[in-house]
Design a protein around this ligand. Structure first.
Ligand code: GCU
Length: 622
C-alpha cells in the first residue's frame, strides 16, 4: 500500500496534520471561463475595504479547515483555536500584501482574508406560473487575485480559481444568510507546473489585488455577449453573439439588441442559452480608430416571449459602449479599417512602486499620457492580462493594445494540467476584453524555446484564441534563431503576426548582427519587434561604452531604430519597457532588485535620455 493509504488506515490519523493532498477537495469546484459572467453595466456592491488578514505561513487555513469554524467539541465545550478573525489586522482590499508591511515584501505563501457583510434580497419576483417565488441570484466576483484563490462563505467552500491576472465569479445564492462571513485563502506559490512557472523576470505580488464585489442578477440573466464587425473589409455587417442563463425552469426567451445610433433594434432567437445574429448595416458606421475613438452605446434586453401581441416581459437588461473597427493581416500588412497601420508602442508591466500590481484610473491615464508624449499609439501589456479598466480606458483614449497570457519562458509544456490552466486564463482574458476595440492582438506567450511540446501547446492556444474570437490576429513573442541569425520559429506558422524579442546592443553588444538577422529573414507575415532595449539607472552618466548609463541606453535606441526603420516587414515596435519595475533577479549595484530597462524610472516621472530618442523617432514617422 502507498504511504498515503497506510496513514489513513492507522488509529492516530489526524486529517489536518497528516493529510498531504489537502488541496484536492478545493480543486473539485474550480471557477473557470465557462462560468464567467460579464459584469459590464451591472449594479455591483463593492466588498473593497479593510478585510482582517493574516499571512498563513503553513497554509493552515486550508489544511485545518478553519473556514468550518469548529469552535466547540461535540459536547459544546470551547476548543482552542489557531485563528482569530476579529483580532487580526485589517489589510486594504484591493492591495498587494508585499507592500503592506516590510516583512511581507517577499512573502509568496498563503494569505487568509476575512470579513463579514449583511445581505437582504432586493428582488423578489413572482413568475406568472403558480406564483413560484423568483428570487434574485447572487454572485461573488473577483477582478483578480494571485495565484490560487479558495473562497469560503458561511463555512462552505464556494469556489477555487487558478491564475493570477484574470477575473472569476462564483454563485453564492444558496449559501447566503442575512449575516455572512467570507474567508478567502490566496496562495502565491511559484510552481514549475503553473502559468507562469517559478522563474520569471518580474515580481511575484500576492493577494487580492483587484476589486471584489457582489453581483445581484435576476433568476434569468444575460451572461455575456460579443459584438463586432464581420471583418470582411466591407464594414457592412455586424456579428453578435450572446449567452444567457435560462434559470431553473426554462421559459420561452429571446434577446433584443439595440444600437440607437445605427437604427438597430432586433430580436435574436435564443436556443439552449445561446443566440447569434449577422446584422446588415444600412450605412458604414463611424469606425473606431486611435484618432477617432468613437464608441456606440448599445443595449441588450432578455425578454420573455409574450403570448400573441401581449407585452413581453423584460427579465434582464445590460448596456455597453462598443467601438466598431476592423483589424486584420493581409500579407505583411496590419490593416486597421482597411488601412496599413504602424504600431508605435512600448511595453508595460503592471507594476507600481507603491501599489505593485494594483492600479487605478489615474495610473492608467498617466501611463497613456506618457505614451502620447512618445507620439505613440500602442501598448504591449506584458506579460499577463492587466486590469480590465485598461482596455476600457484605451477604448476611450484611442490606444491600440497587445494583450498576453503568462505562458512565459520554460512552461511545463508537456503537462496537461498546465495546458488547462493556460487555456483557461486565455479564455478568461478573451471573454473579458473581446468587446474592447482597443485590443487588437492576443498573444499566447513570450520567449519560449522552440521544442515540439511547446509548438503543440502554443499551437493549441492559438487555435483556442481564434475559436473564441476570430476577429483579431494572434501573436506571441518569438525567439531569434541565434545560430542561423534569422527569424526562425516553428510557432510562426500558427501566428498571424510574428512578435520578436531581440537585445542587440545589450545582451549581445554586436549590433551588426541585427541588420544581418533582418537581411537573412524573409517573413511572409508582419513582424512586430516586441522587445529591444537596455538597462540604465536614471541619472547614471557615462559614455556609450558604460553599461547601465543613460548614454548607453540612448545609444542602443538610436542604433536599433536606425536599423529597424529600414525593414518594411516590421510593422510595429514595443521596446522594453516604459517604466523600471521590481525584479528580484536583478541584483547588481545599478539594479538593486529592479529591472532598469525603463524609459522612465520606477518613480514614473524621471525620464531617461532614451525617452526623447524614441519620442523623436515616433514623431518623425507619424
Ligand atoms: C526578456 C523578457 C522580459 C525581460 C527582458 C529583460 O525578453 O521577455 O520579461 O524583462 O527580456 O531581460 O529585461
Amino acid at each position: 500500500m502507498t504511504d498515503k493509504i497506510m496513514i489513513e488506515k492507522t488509529e492516530n490519523f489526524l486529517e489536518d496534520i497528516h493529510r498531504r493532498n489537502y488541496e484536492d477537495p478545493f480543486l473539485q469546484r474550480k471557477c473557470e471561463w465557462s462560468s464567467w459572467i460579464d459584469p459590464t453595466s451591472r449594479a455591483t456592491e463593492s466588498l473593497n475595504g479593510k478585510w482582517n488578514f493574516a499571512p498563513d505561513w503553513y497554509d493552515t487555513c486550508r489544511r485545518a479547515a478553519w473556514y468550518k469554524e469548529r469552535t466547540k467539541d461535540p459536547e459544546g465545550r470551547p476548543l482552542p483555536l489557531d485563528f482569530d478573525w476579529e483580532n487580526w489586522e485589517g489589510i486594504p482590499v484591493p492591495s498587494c500584501w508585499n507592500l503592506w508591511k516590510p516583512e511581507l515584501l517577499y512573502f509568496e505563501g498563503a494569505g487568509v482574508y476575512t470579513r463579514t457583510f449583511r445581505y437582504r434580497p432586493l428582488l423578489e419576483k413572482r413568475t406568472q406560473e403558480a406564483g413560484t417565488l423568483e428570487l434574485e441570484r447572487v454572485f461573488l466576483y473577483f477582478e483578480g487575485a494571485n495565484y490560487r484563490t479558495s473562497v469560503f462563505l458561511n463555512g462552505t467552500h464556494v469556489g477555487t480559481h487558478d491564475g493570477g491576472s484574470t477575473p472569476f465569479s462564483m454563485e453564492i445564492t444558496d449559501t447566503l444568510r442575512e449575516e455572512n462571513r467570507v474567508i478567502v485563502s490566496v496562495e502565491a506559490y511559484r510552481r514549475p507546473e503553473r502559468v507562469p512557472m517559478d522563474n520569471t523576470d518580474w515580481f511575484n505580488y500576492g493577494g487580492i489585488y483587484r476589486d471584489v464585489y457582489l453581483l445581484r442578477l435576476p433568476s434569468r440573466f444575460i451572461q455575456r455577449w460579443f459584438l463586432r464587425l464581420k471583418g470582411d473589409g466591407s464594414f457592412s455587417t455586424l456579428l453578435f453573439d450572446v449567452e444567457v442563463d435560462k434559470g431553473k425552469e426554462p421559459i420561452p426567451l429571446f434577446v433584443r439588441l439595440r444600437i440607437p445610433l445605427l437604427g438597430i433594434d432586433i430580436p435574436v432567437e435564443v436556443q439552449g442559452g445561446k443566440g447569434s445574429a449577422s446584422i446588415p448595416l444600412r450605412k458604414e458606421p463611424e469606425l473606431w480608430a486611435p484618432e477617432h475613438p468613437f464608441l456606440y452605446p448599445i443595449e441588450i434586453l432578455l425578454e420573455e416571449k409574450g403570448i400573441g401581441r401581449e407585452q413581453t416581459r423584460v427579465w434582464d437588461r445590460v448596456e455597453d459602449r462598443i467601438g466598431l473597427r476592423e483589424i486584420r493581416v493581409e500579407g505583411r500588412e496590419i490593416l486597421l479599417n482597411g488601412n496599413p497601420v504602424f504600431l508605435k508602442g512600448v511595453s508595460l508591466h503592471e507594476d507600481h512602486i507603491k501599489l505593485g500590481k494594483t492600479t487605478n484610473p489615474e495610473i492608467l491615464r498617466s501611463t497613456i499620457r506618457h505614451l502620447k508624449e512618445l507620439h505613440g499609439n500602442y501598448l504591449r501589456l506584458a506579460h499577463y492580462p492587466h486590469d480590465s479598466r485598461f482596455a476600457r480606458t484605451a477604448d476611450e483614449e484611442g490606444v491600440l493594445l497587445w494583450e498576453e497570457i503568462p505562458v512565459y519562458w520554460a512552461i511545463d509544456f508537456a503537462n496537461p494540467v498546465t495546458y488547462r490552466d493556460a487555456e483557461n486564463q486565455l479564455s478568461e482574458l478573451i471573454l473579458r476584453d473581446r468587446n474592447r476595440a482597443s485590443v487588437i492582438i492576443w498573444s499566447v506567450g513570450n520567449e519560449n524555446a522552440d521544442t515540439d511540446a511547446r509548438l503543440s501547446f502554443m499551437g493549441r492556444l492559438s487555435k483556442k484564441a481564434r475559436e473564441l474570437d476570430g476577429s483579431r490576429p494572434v501573436s506571441a513573442a518569438c525567439l531569434v534563431n541565434h545560430v542561423k541569425l534569422s527569424i526562425e520559429d516553428r510557432l510562426a506558422e500558427e501566428l498571424d503576426i510574428i512578435g520578436l524579442n531581440e537585445y542587440y546592443g545589450w545582451y549581445d553588444p554586436d549590433l551588426t548582427k541585427l541588420r544581418q538577422l533582418l537581411d537573412n529573414s524573409n517573413p511572409s507575415k508582419p513582424v512586430v519587434i516586441c522587445e529591444f532595449g537596455g538597462d540604465a539607472r536614471a541619472g547614471q552618466g557615462g559614455t556609450v561604452e558604460d553599461l547601465f548609463s543613460e548614454e548607453r541606453q540612448a545609444w542602443i535606441y538610436r542604433e536599433q531604430l536606425s536599423i529597424l526603420k529600414s525593414f518594411p516587414y516590421i510593422k510595429g515596435l514595443s521596446p522594453w519597457i516604459l517604466y523600471d519595475f521590481r525584479c528580484p533577479r536583478r541584483l547588481n549595484r545599478y539594479q538593486e532588485h529592479f529591472n532598469r530597462k525603463g524609459l522612465i524610472d520606477s518613480d514614473r516621472s524621471t525620464k531617461k535620455q532614451a525617452f526623447a530618442v524614441l519620442a523623436e523617432f515616433y514623431r518623425s514617422i507619424s
